[in-house]
Design a protein around this ligand. Structure first.
Ligand code: MRU
Length: 382
């Protein structure tokens, strides 16, 4: 269709790994299931391809899921040969597709947040023009801005996080930081959130060592985070999830930083399964535990983490190797419980590092996240 072309964005300029390769009309996703052994990109032609890629973990990580979903639909509408209908028909087509995309994975709020914002854009475009092309153009532009904004916001998270750690964490000459799951370039449009903070600390010469957990059962830590750390020449050590408590007891961790899939209004945070155990261990050893996440991961509609829907995934992820795709390793006939995420209560979290500054409890027992978010659009905090 006759829309403007020539938009390229993402992590391309960052010299980090790129999970999302987008040019107007074309989207390719790095197949993260094949990492670290194979680098293969899959063509995503439409929202159905996007939905399957998200459900099957070709692309994963809260921000990356949202952007991949939005762009899969942008590619679909850009490549329409014909669309006979008004601007309202175009808007209702896009709204339905966005609702479908949101159903791919439930826990990360970034996807539904992106869908809500994109729906507003298309409804507004349909109100101001009768041509379907204008609605599609507005949608594509808004989806592309999300891709671009994510990298900018991650860099700000990295910088706020590094500054904050320098000022607030003891032994702060050189820090050893433990992280969980994958929150880097592969989980976002580029740079990363928790891993972005580690990148920024390293760039300042203040990182002694990053520790990454394997992150069973899907192994995002050993396959993806370890891959990114080696790729960027960051001093790093991989540990089994079950080694974290011993590592902390041995005094080898100065801070723990993880990402988030959804942060409730009180600060309770859903993140990759195992995050809660790390927070308990960190608190027992009086090691500060931080969440690094963009404001799009905050869900003010939920008063606490109890309301967060936790995705349960296939038993095969535990029964077989390679996230369920490889050979069987568990006894046949065993039943399995495989929640993909858990909720860490706010009382175990020392601060939430965002692109607008670090949310702390400021001497109180609880975070005032609502107030922070309301002010965040007007000013920044350190
Ligand atoms: O199941 P995944 O791999 O999508 O889970 C990802 C995580 O839990 C991440 O820590 C979270 O999405 C933050 S990514 C910046």
């Amino acid at each position: 269709m006759a829309l403007q072309t020539d938009f390229i964005a993402g992590a391309e300029a960052e010299n980090t790994l790129q999970s999302i390769c987008y040019k107007r009309g074309s989207l390719q996703l790095l197949d993260q299931r094949k990492l670290p052994l194979e680098i293969t990109y899959l063509d995503i032609r439409d929202a159905s391809d996007g939905w399957v890629a998200i459900r099957d973990m070709v692309v994963r990580g809260a921000p990356a899921i949202a952007i991949a979903a939005a762009l899969s639909l942008a590619v679909e509408v850009f490549n329409f040969e014909t669309f006979s209908g008004t601007s309202e028909d175009a808007a209702s087509f896009l709204v339905k597709k966005l609702e479908y995309l949101v159903s791919s994975r439930p826990t990360a709020v970034n996807l539904s947040d992106a869908a809500t914002k994109l729906k507003q854009v298309v409804m507004q475009a349909a109100d101001t023009s009768s041509k379907h092309e204008d609605v599609f153009q507005a949608y594509i532009q808004a989806a592309e801005i999300m891709l671009k904004d994510d990298v900018t916001s991650n860099k700000a998270i990295g910088s706020y996080g590094a500054n904050f750690l320098r000022d607030h964490v003891k032994h702060s000459q050189q820090l050893s930081i433990l992280t969980h799951c994958n929150t880097g370039s592969l989980a976002t449009a580029g740079y990363g959130t928790a891993l972005g903070v580690i990148r920024a600390v390293h760039a300042e010469g203040a990182l002694k060592r990053a520790y990454c957990t394997e992150t069973r059962p899907f192994n995002q830590g050993s396959r993806l985070t370890a891959f990114e750390l080696v790729h960027d020449n960051i001093p790093a050590t991989l540990i089994a999830d079950s080694a974290a408590a011993a590592l902390m007891k041995n005094g080898r961790v100065d801070a723990v930083i993880v990402g988030a899939d959804r942060v409730a209004a009180n600060g309770d945070t859903a993140n990759k399964i195992g995050t809660y155990s790390l927070a308990l261990c960190a608190n027992h050893h009086q090691i500060p535990f931080y969440v690094a996440a963009p404001l799009t991961s905050i869900d003010l509609s939920l008063s606490s983490g109890e309301e967060i829907i936790i995705e349960e995934r296939s038993a095969k992820e535990l029964l077989n190797t390679h996230g369920g795709l490889g050979e069987q390793i568990a006894a046949s006939g065993i039943s399995v419980w495989n929640p993909a995420f858990d909720v860490t209560p706010a009382n175990l979290i020392a601060g939430i590092i965002t692109e607008k500054g670090v949310i702390t409890k400021m001497g109180k027992d609880a975070f005032d996240i609502k107030n922070f978010v309301q002010n965040a659009t007007q000013q920044t905090f350190v």
